[in-house]
Design a binder for this molecule. Structure first.
Ligand code: MSP
Length: 525
């Protein structure tokens, strides 16, 4: 494991408010950032908004405000949402900030002076009323504008292009030498077969038909076209090209930093093809990994504002608490695959994992310690076979969880903790504390309670990057002192004797699936 970690989300378009899909990606990054910090790795976590482009300019005009006013409003809403979701980002970059725009101009100049960029003609389907270019697929066979549905015509405009062929050999070599550069690994074939093998065109990096963008100093009628502007955020936020490059040197250039970009499948090619090429042109190191996550739909349909089926995370957080929402996102969907969000799945996931398995285990254990030992966690003694197997599983789970998390396999890591919690519940059934008590077998009873507390607290720590509020409630119930709250790298077995437990409200009340389904459907719009 490298000793520093830099993790980024895509910077989102503030063309509309964030929905559960954006929250998904940001939450996964947050979990990884919190996990690394827990392991003592110095971590920097970046998110932000991608504020330029024709679409934003149009939306602002429709709303009767300036583009800057428009993006200010939505960027603030993104920030509020991340606060409500307890996202622990270290910075929030907005591409309209001067720290970004000035450096992007320098980046363009540098690549231009390198001979990586040339002036050419952009050709496409043009819609005059909308003043927009569209691609073949966007206009379809009928050649209609996807926005206003009027007829489009072939047109061309002067534009700058980035020479992709110049850096293709470097990119292919890097991909070959770093088999975990694109994750999950099968995404690499998709990139090769869909984009690289058919022949990569040069990338258009400027436009003249709108002006909401970063002006090109050398030719001010051009603005830098979105991807060169957007992708640069990952280094401008660290101060690349500014007077103070300290953070950039530490979290980007230093080979001891693991750099991870997490992106949705919709924008993976920009990150695995063009971004490394820009970096090569700038003579900078490349990221270690681009993790491509799947996209979520709602009840089987693509979420979209115009269809009126977008779920905002805020009403979910208000009703179920932030940890329930974070848990659902992290555990329900295999990180890397597409997923379907349905209200039923949401409510059942919370019931099965949090209310029944985890909450119930804690409840039962606390009640038994109060009943049998006046609320004081007992000392551990000689272990029998059942005790040993739960102890061993707890040890193994820590290792399995760490391996998965280091490999960015969040859902698998959480599943392994879930298995431990199930085993702990089963251990209660198998060891029958009520019988041990009746028989007066106090030493065995002590072991059962002590081992349960150990498994619960270890599991809670492993889940703490996800369940950010619950962990403190668990510590409170078990009276865990400050010195025992950190992540124990030595995995000391059962250091919890003498703690005083107290009964508290259930952590996750059981949900009525039918009622909650109706609620969630009512907030989808
Ligand atoms: N601005 C560009 C990204 C530039 S990064 C240098 C952009 N923005 S976006 O607002 O459209 O955000 C796209 C990202 O949001 C996706 O790649 C994904 O991470 C996330 N998601 C948006 N909708 C989503 C789902 N329905 N499901 C899961 N993630 C979703 O593209």
């Amino acid at each position: 494991m490298k000793n520093k970690f830099y993790i980024t989300t895509p910077i989102y378009y503030p063309s509309a408010e964030a929905h559960i899909g954006h929250a998904y990606c940001t939450t996964m990054c947050d979990i990884l950032a919190r996990y690394k910090r827990m392991r003592g790795v110095e971590t920097y976590f970046l998110t932000g908004t991608d504020e330029h482009g024709e679409k934003i300019q149009k939306k602002a005009t429709e709303a009767g405000v300036t583009p800057q006013q428009y993006v200010d409003d939505i960027a603030n809403k993104f920030k509020q949402l991340w606060k409500a979701m307890r996202i622990s980002n270290d910075d929030f970059i907005r591409t309209t900030e001067e720290r970004h725009t000035k450096v992007v101009q320098k980046i363009f100049t540098k690549l231009f002076n390198n001979g990586d960029i040339y002036l050419g003609q952009y050709e496409g389907w043009y819609c005059t009323p909308c003043e927009s270019f569209w691609t073949d697929t966007q206009v379809g066979e009928e050649h209609l504008c996807p926005d206003c549905h009027r007829e489009v015509h072939r047109a061309s405009e002067e534009a700058y292009f980035f020479k992709t062929q110049k850096y293709l050999p470097d990119l292919l070599k890097y991909m070959d030498e770093h088999e975990k550069f694109i994750l999950p690994i099968n995404r690499k074939n998709e990139m090769m077969n869909t984009f690289i093998k058919p022949g990569l065109s040069d990338l258009c990096v400027s436009r003249t038909s709108f002006d909401w963008g970063i002006q090109i100093k050398e030719n001010p009628k051009h603005v830098i076209y979105v991807w060169m502007d957007a992708l640069s955020n990952y280094i401008t936020a660290l101060g690349y090209g500014s007077e103070n490059e300290e953070k950039f040197k530490k979290f980007w250039q230093d080979e001891d930093t693991e750099i991870v970009h997490v992106v949705g499948a919709d924008i993976s090619r920009f990150h695995v093809i063009y971004w490394p090429m820009f970096l090569k042109g700038l003579s900078l190191r490349l990221p270690d990994r681009v993790f491509v996550h799947g996209l979520l739909d709602l009840n089987g349909e693509k979420m979209s504002k115009s269809r009126g089926n977008v779920v905002s995370p805020l009403p979910l957080i208000d009703r179920y608490g932030v940890d329930a929402v974070r848990w659902f996102l992290a555990r329900e969907f295999a990180f890397g695959s597409d997923g379907r969000f349905t209200p039923e799945l949401f409510a059942s996931r919370i019931n099965v994992d949090l209310a029944n398995t985890y909450g119930n285990l804690i409840n039962r254990t606390v009640s038994m310690i109060i009943k049998y030992f006046d609320g004081v966690v007992p000392e551990i003694g000689e272990l029998n076979e059942f005790d040993k197997s739960l102890r061993d599983l707890t040890e193994q789970t820590i290792a399995t969880y760490e391996n998965y998390m280091d490999d960015l396999k969040i859902s698998e890591a959480l599943t392994s903790v879930g298995e431990l919690l199930n085993a702990a519940n089963k251990y209660i059934e198998d060891s029958k504390p009520w019988v041990l008590s009746k028989e007066g077998n106090i030493s065995a009873l002590k072991n059962v309670m002590a081992i349960l507390v150990n498994s619960i607290i270890v599991s809670s720590k492993l889940l703490s990057p996800v369940l950010v509020e619950t962990i403190d409630k668990v510590y409170a119930q078990f009276g865990v002192s400050e010195n025992l709250r950190g992540y124990d790298v030595n995995h000391t077995f059962c250091p919890f004797a003498g703690l005083k437990v107290t009964k508290q409200d259930p952590l996750f009340p059981r949900l009525d699936v039918a009622v909650e389904t109706e609620f969630i459907n009512s907030i989808s719009k």
